[in-house]
Design a protein around this ligand. Structure first.
Ligand SMILES: [Mg+2]
Ligand SMILES: [Zn+2]
Length: 195
């Protein structure tokens, strides 16, 4: 199957240093939802891996996070797109969990959910170095977008080897859909359980 993994804040929607704490604060980056829809139409399944430490910090609760995600799913459906599943880390940094990126826990959960031994060649798109570091040990193809935190990332020399840089998610989608078919379908034949 064709699977790809996206960070949320700064990739799909505008990021904020004050956290995205309500559905109103969730505002899509222009072209990002259409890019996901376009990828879906070409057979790509999309999973999201997102740090949501605002929960652990007590800035918002699970029902608010669910409301934010309902808004995202609805906005996506309106343009014909779909996200299979959202994997999130609710912990604060001082919890020292194994899922907060740059730790690979969310990516390991995704591999398990899709019954993949690893994520070799699965494209992963993030706007910060820690997104890339989380996918690297599982073999993800690493992609940085220059939206969100990626816009302000001064030193592109610190990126893991092999990282590709794109202007935004729409530019990433255009790049991915240009790749030869064999390359993009090499991950697995398996179909995941419904999320
Ligand atoms: Mg981000
Ligand atoms: Zn965590």
């Amino acid at each position: 199957m064709k699977l790809l993994i996206l960070d949320r804040d700064g990739v799909i929607n505008q990021d904020s240093d004050d956290f995205i704490k309500s559905p109103d604060e969730w505002v899509p980056i222009p072209g990002s939802l259409e890019a996901i829809a376009r990828l879906n139409h070409e057979g790509w399944h999309v999973a999201v891996a997102t740090n949501q430490s605002g929960i652990g910090r007590g800035l918002f609760d699970m029902s608010t996070l669910n409301a934010i995600h309902r808004k995202m799913h609805k906005a996506l459906a309106a343009v014909g797109g779909r996200i299979d599943a959202i994997f999130f880390c609710p912990h604060a940094p001082e919890d020292h969990c194994s899922c907060r990126k740059p730790k690979p826990g969310l990516f390991q959960d995704i591999a398990r959910r899709y019954e993949l031994e690893n994520l070799q060649g699965v494209p992963s798109v993030g706007d910060s170095v820690r997104d890339l570091q989380a996918g690297e040990p599982l073999g993800c193809g690493l992609h940085l977008v220059r939206t969100g935190k990626g816009e302000r990332l001064a030193d592109l020399g610190n990126l893991p080897a092999g990282t590709r840089v794109h202007d935004d998610l729409a530019a990433f989608a255009a790049w991915l859909l240009e790749q030869p078919k064999a390359k993009s379908e090499k991950t697995s034949d398996k179909t995941p359980d419904p999320a």
